[in-house]
Write a protein of this length. Structure first.
Length: 131
């Protein structure tokens, strides 16, 4: 199999690591000590970016790999790049104001949906021809 899905997986993990570091920086900036998860609204937006991205990764990574296996690693990689861009836009917007998160959220959610449907169809077709 192509190494491209592995590259997208690594970039996804790097993005998540950066978002996690941003939570630590926000804790220091706003004086929010663990295990506290709320306080300043600016801190709460930073932690929501990290948590929502984690929630999305649970769907994204398996869908990416299955899409790449059953449909196309090239198309899967392209969709993976779009997903990462969507998550960056989501974070950038949400850090500014909750209302600015929708474009990035929409991009990454739609990408997840395409990966899931594509993987389902690809696996189904593969199963239908498996004899």
């Amino acid at each position: 199999m192509s190494p491209l899905p592995a590259l997208i997986t690594l970039l996804t993990l790097i993005l998540y690591l950066i978002l996690t570091i941003n939570v630590s920086r926000a804790r220091l900036k706003f004086g929010i000590k663990p295990p506290q998860m709320s306080g300043d609204p600016d801190f709460e937006r930073v932690i929501r970016v990290q948590q929502n991205t984690l929630e999305q990764i649970v769907v994204f990574l398996p869908a990416l790999w299955l899409f790449c296996k059953f449909v196309s690693p090239i198309w899967g990689t392209g969709l993976g790049v779009i997903w990462i861009i969507g998550r960056i836009l989501y974070a950038w917007g949400y850090y500014q104001a909750a209302e600015k998160r929708f474009i990035g959220f929409g991009i990454s959610s739609l990408t997840n949906l395409i990966l899931l449907i594509g993987a389902l169809i690809g696996a189904g077709l593969n199963l239908a021809t498996f004899t």
